[in-house]
Ligand binder design. Structure first.
Ligand code: 5GP
Ligand code: ZN
Length: 114
């Protein structure tokens, strides 16, 4: 997709601090980290969101989920990490290319109940 920021990163048109790259997937540091570690993991395929995924993407999505642990550990997150997938306007998704946020460090509970 011509105007997609993450497709531009895949093509190398926009620089990024890559931490992983293979034929299918790319991971890089988020430009505005919300914690000590904040990695964005994307498929190289332009897929807008989980709402556009279907059975043909089962292996790709599985590969992405399984990679999160490896990338988190490489970033020193041995005690655990948070994965976030924002989907569509209702999910607060800003970049319309499916991605998993891998977040960790000294993070608070995601939902405060008080
Ligand atoms: P979303 O809100 O769509 O789930 O998250 C998009 C994420 O992409 C945000 O955390 C934002 O900081 C990150 N982001 C947006 N543009 C760029 C960019 O050009 N480079 C990098 N590395 N991250 C970006
Ligand atoms: Zn894209």
């Amino acid at each position: 997709m011509d105007n997609c920021i993450f497709c531009k990163i895949v093509r190398g048109d926009i620089p990024s601090r890559k931490v992983y790259d293979d034929g299918d997937l790319l991971a890089f540091h988020d430009i505005h980290p919300v914690a000590q570690v904040h990695i964005i993991l994307i498929p190289k395929l332009h897929l807008v969101s989980l709402m556009d995924a279907d059975d043909s993407h089962t292996a790709l999505l599985g590969k992405m989920l399984l990679l999160t642990s490896k990338l988190a550990k490489e970033q020193g997150l041995n005690n655990g990490f948070r994965t976030v997938i924002n989907t569509g306007k209702g999910g607060g998704q800003e970049v319309l290319h499916l991605h998993i946020h891998i977040i960790g460090g000294n993070i608070p509970p995601m939902v405060r109940r008080d």
